[in-house]
Design a protein around this ligand. Sequence first.
Ligand code: HEM
Length: 338
Amino acid sequence: MSFGFSFWISIIVVVALVLTALVGVEAAKLDFLFGVIIPYAAFAIFIIGMIYRVVKWGRSPVPFRIPTTAGQQKSLPWIKESKIENPSTAFGAFVRMVFEVLLFRSLFRNTRTELHSGPRLAYASSKWLWIAALAFHYSFLVILLRHLRLFTEPVLLPITWLESLDSFFQVTLWGAPLLYISNVVLLLAIIYLFLRRVFIPTLRYISLPGDYFPLFLILGIGITGVLMRYFFKVDVVGIKELTMGLVTFAPKVPEGISVFFYIHLFLVSALLAYFPFSKLTHMAGVFLSPTRNLANNNRMKMHINPWNYPVKVHTYEEYEEEFRHFMKDSGIPVEKEE
Ligand code: HEM
């Protein structure tokens, strides 16, 4: 699939989503559809889709441990063991998982390959992707946690602490509310993750619509959110009435909510509904990754494949017994004479 196609189709779909919400709310006055029905449907697809994916992965046979990670496994007592990289205990595997989930450890260890004249193959450190990935995921998490303000009454104290921390620099632009660090970091990280796909030729070559679309969608969500907070004042009281109605299953749509909110919410709904069918499921998949969540105790424990069933075999002896006559006729050597 060409770069042009993957790029443009993703842009077109995101723009079409924005226009759908714009026309749906402004022209067709379908506030209830975009404010209640679609968000509920998207949330249901997200939950059911993710449960389906996790159950499907959970049922896949993992009959043996896969010690493909680097690091010395547990061996003789005088050989130093790599307890986190190649753990032999469940606790070690847990610690490895914590590092993976919270610090993206395997991405930190990621290297890039370069072919120099000679030809000479070289491996170099590649930390920018790791930094951008951390920046992106943590700012996203902070924004989501702050959004809990819209879904809780009274607002939980830790959420207000997080807001103060996030607006720590006390910067205001054009008399708008305090600037959140997470907003700047999120937008910069998405732009970096997008540009690296465009400017690194090998990466551009393997990038598909499934790589660009989520980036553009999240960028669209971020931009509409930023527009609402800093540029076009929205009726946050009315919006909170709507969001509290959603979580208490008593939905109502107050008058006068800006169309920016509906576009924001429609893009979020699209993201939720798309999530279980996309590469974004790595959010759940990382916990089920056998190279991360299993201790390497192959040398200490006998692992028997629990899915083994009696297999009907035909040994070479039996084969020769059956075909010896024909084999000899054709001049094929046999192990036993008649
Ligand atoms: C994937 C999920 C979401 C992301 C990434 C996201 C992102 C953002 C961002 C970056 C902002 C800018 C200001 C800020 O950071 O608080 C924002 C604002 C806002 N978002 Fe979201 N959002 C999400 C989901 C939602 C949902 C589900 C709702 C409501 C149903 C919502 C309602 C709002 C509102 C009302 C604002 C303006 C807040 C203000 O003016 O202070 N967002 N969003």
